[in-house]
Design a protein around this ligand. Sequence first.
Ligand SMILES: Nc1ncnc2c1ncn2[C@@H]1O[C@H](COP(=O)(O)OP(=O)(O)OP(=O)(O)O)[C@@H](O)[C@H]1O
Ligand SMILES: [Mg+2]
Length: 328
Amino acid sequence: METAIKVSGLAKEYKTYSREESFRASIRSLFKRDFKIKHALKGIDFEIKTGEVIGLIGPNGAGKSTAIKVLCGVLYPTSGEVKSLGYVPWKQRQEYAYNFGVVFGQKSQLAWDIPPNDTYHLLKVLYDIPEETFKRRLAHMVKLLSLEDIYKRPTRGLSLGERMKCEVVAALLHKPKLVLLDEPTIGMDVVAKKQLHNFIKQINKDYNTTFIITTHDMQDIEKLCKRVIIINTGDIVYDGPLADLCKKYVTNKLIEVRFEEKTHVSLPKRCTLIDKTPYTIKFEVPLKNNKLDPFVAKLVGEYPVADITISDPDIEEIIRDIYQHGTR
Ligand SMILES: Nc1ncnc2c1ncn2[C@@H]1O[C@H](COP(=O)(O)OP(=O)(O)OP(=O)(O)O)[C@@H](O)[C@H]1O
Ligand SMILES: [Mg+2]
């Protein structure tokens, strides 16, 4: 597989000046200003192959948006190297711009007072897209995202979710090889989210487009990304398959039991009770060497069990644990 992006030793520091309160201090600050350095990225390395859909996740302030901004060339790094689609983003911005698309969920790229459709026509001229190609692509995306009744209304009157879908279309009109999505599902309801998931999958399948998605929504990750990169306080703490993440860090199993009759179970100390009714019990057992605790077998053998399900704690819990305690 071809390499789409190679990042080595990427570091970004922000310099922030502190504002002094007093008059004297502000006069002094004309001559000598106090500043603080924020190490937003601390020398990260990763490589992404063409056609991958990568989830870039991490807690607030981890450095995700900073990484996306460096990748699209609007920020230059303090040190390190980036090659994206053969370009150095902040050095070859113009040529590079024809090849990637970006959406910042927190910031609109559509003109506020005109319909998205008008912005699309501007983009057509900007990217020099032939009329027929433009029409075909737009119709295809409008259909996939159910935007028929939306994209000709002024942007300012659209709901957040409607607008986000229109933003995604704007970012993809020129058929970029790489798409960077920074919190694309923010403000979307479940239906819209599902449409966007399907849309991304379809585009990825049809054109082998590479996607990098930052999100706080684990559904996005589970639905879209085989591989995740977890970043925390400017460092990569995990880079690998989502499935391995679950395997490696699942330390508990969730057991849910329904009994045929009213039953009282006394749990061993190592189990954690989650919920209990006269006919059901829900608890977690720790895994030991990846083996299920013998108590579960005992439970099935000795109690009137009508039904039992054994599952992993949800991905959200695993991720939260990594954010808080790192990858032990
Ligand atoms: N322009 C800036 N000037 C100073 N500090 C900044 C600037 N932009 C970001 N930072 C700081 O750098 C760190 C990383 O910010 P970044 O926006 O990349 O985080 P993030 O992972 O996208 O977080 P979130 O999930 O909240 O969007 C944060 O501590 C942030 O306060
Ligand atoms: Mg961010």
